[in-house]
Ligand binder design. Structure first.
Ligand SMILES: Cc1cc2nc3c(=O)[nH]c(=O)nc-3n(C[C@H](O)[C@H](O)[C@H](O)COP(=O)(O)OP(=O)(O)OC[C@H]3O[C@@H](n4cnc5c(N)ncnc54)[C@H](O)[C@@H]3O)c2cc1C
Length: 423
């Protein structure tokens, strides 16, 4: 494939974290290399005045501040931070444990404000932004044409940063061998308990692994004056969210949810979103590459989606500028750069499977009890819930002989005391 490295034209479809990071990294690195690159970012939504949203709880995890500051040359928007996360309370169907770790610098903010901040940085960098949707593509030997709801655009290479948007995935699937990742559903709602002290939960995120086979996990996240509540699973829906909100453990954390009459009492609005739970097929080829959710390049099972989208956006920009935009360049450099994420996926899937099975049969209760006296297990649970370490490390800590022994001891009759420390 003929590649002209002089005046590169790049079109990025999607202005979420992956797309904006790719645009900013490309502009910065091109300047450092003295290369002329024309970048156009296409974003269909308007984040300004919170008109449109990308579904998210808005917990931003390390190393996001370093990525923004060191790789993109922009400050981390600390002014948008609503809560600095202090730790996690993990609940099984009968137990709970408080988990804290060193260097856990996660922040909760309104995701729409973060997206608007990133897009503003793109404007500030002088990058062209099209507020329209990409609606079709044509791949030719010497260029790609991206049709939008306004003008068509020509590019040497197109970056797919469109998240799990099914229409955009369909576009690429029609013209290339790309196939989107499998996805898991999530329902989200915002709850305002009208009580400042309780509502911010002292900065702790409550994670629930309860024994409902259709809810893989649930979480209550403090957001200053309100909480965000979400559940995830392949088939989660409104009745399941109702059931989650009337669950005994959830009511202990948020008593004002008031049992069954949640919807009537509080007019809660449920929103639906999706997480990728597998790698996309053929997420790169001649003249195209996917980043973030569109590639399925995220930690399996539990998140860090924003951080990994930014990371993969930067890696795609690096590959295009330094190695080109052929299928081989992406295979040799982009795929290799993402080995950390890709190699951890099987461990994440194993962890997901084990967690689902254990919560169904009530085996998580002894695990949580054992963790109180077993530092390795406690640290493995913290790493899994906070997403601060690779699943390979989480599994290796969990399978140490001392850990297994501690779990076996916790299964013995008489060791089933509940934790007294509650937040
Ligand atoms: C319920 C829920 C809660 C979550 N909570 C968290 C969390 O707390 N922390 C975290 O790190 N991650 C969280 N995630 C995951 C996180 O939201 C994603 O991993 C992350 O947003 C992926 O970024 P992205 O740039 O790849 O895609 P997205 O953020 O989805 O951005 C894609 C963008 O592309 C645009 N677009 C799509 N198609 C087109 C088109 N044809 N033309 C123009 N524009 C287009 C969309 O409008 C969108 O703005 C959550 C996800 C869900 C569903």
């Amino acid at each position: 494939m003929k590649q002209d490295f002089k005046d590169l034209r790049v079109v990025i479809i999607g202005g979420g974290p992956g797309g904006t990071a790719c645009a900013l990294a490309m502009r910065r690195k091109a300047e450092q290399l003295g290369r002329k690159v024309h970048i156009t970012l296409i974003e269909g939504k308007q984040f300004i005045h919170e008109k449109h949203y990308n579904q998210c709880v808005g917990v931003l995890s390390p190393p996001l501040p370093e990525l923004l500051e060191n790789e993109l040359g922009i400050p981390f928007p600390m002014q948008l931070c609503l809560v600095e996360i202090q730790g996690y309370v993990l609940h099984s169907s009968g137990e709970q444990i408080i988990l804290q770790g060193a260097g856990d610098d996660s922040f909760a903010m309104r995701r729409v404000q973060f997206d608007q901040y990133m897009l503003n940085q793109v404007y500030k960098a002088g990058i062209e932004v099209f507020n329209a949707r990409a609606v079709d593509l044509e791949f030719h030997t010497d260029r790609v044409i991206v049709y939008t709801e306004s003008l068509p655009l020509e590019a040497d290479v197109v970056v797919g940063a469109f998240g799990l948007d099914e229409g955009s995935a369909g576009l690429f699937a029609r013209h290339t061998a790309y196939r989107p990742p499998h996805a898991m559903n999530s329902l989200v709602t915002k709850f305002d308990p009208q009580n400042d002290h309780d509502s911010n939960l002292e900065g702790y995120i409550h994670a629930f692994l309860i024994s409902n086979p259709r809810i893989e996990f649930g979480a209550v996240t403090p957001k200053c004056t309100h909480c965000t509540i979400n559940i995830a699973g392949d088939h989660v829906d409104t009745p399941l969210m109702d059931r989650f909100l009337s669950n005994e453990q959830v009511l202990q954390v948020l008593p004002e949810l008031n049992g069954g009459n949640v919807q009537q009492n509080h007019d809660l609005i449920y929103f639906k979103g999706r997480f990728p739970r597998s790698l996309a097929r053929n997420y790169y080829g001649d003249r195209y590459v996917m980043v973030g959710d569109a590639a399925g390049l995220v930690r399996a099972f539990k998140g860090k989606g924003v951080t990994t989208a930014v990371m993969t956006g930067i890696r795609a920009a690096d590959t295009i500028l330094n190695h080109g935009y052929s299928q081989k360049a992406f295979h040799d450099h982009y795929r290799t750069a993402n080995h950390d994420i890709i190699q951890d996926l099987p461990y994440g899937h194993t962890m997901r499977f084990l967690t689902i099975m254990m919560s169904r049969i009530g085996f998580l209760n002894p695990v949580l009890r054992a963790a109180r006296d077993c530092p390795d297990l406690e640290s493995a649970l913290f790493d899994a819930v906070s997403a601060h370490a690779l699943y390979r490390e989480v599994l290796s800590k969990s399978l140490r002989p001392t850990t297994i022994l501690a779990i076996l001891k916790a299964m013995l009759p008489g060791s089933n005391s509940r934790s007294t420390s509650k937040r």
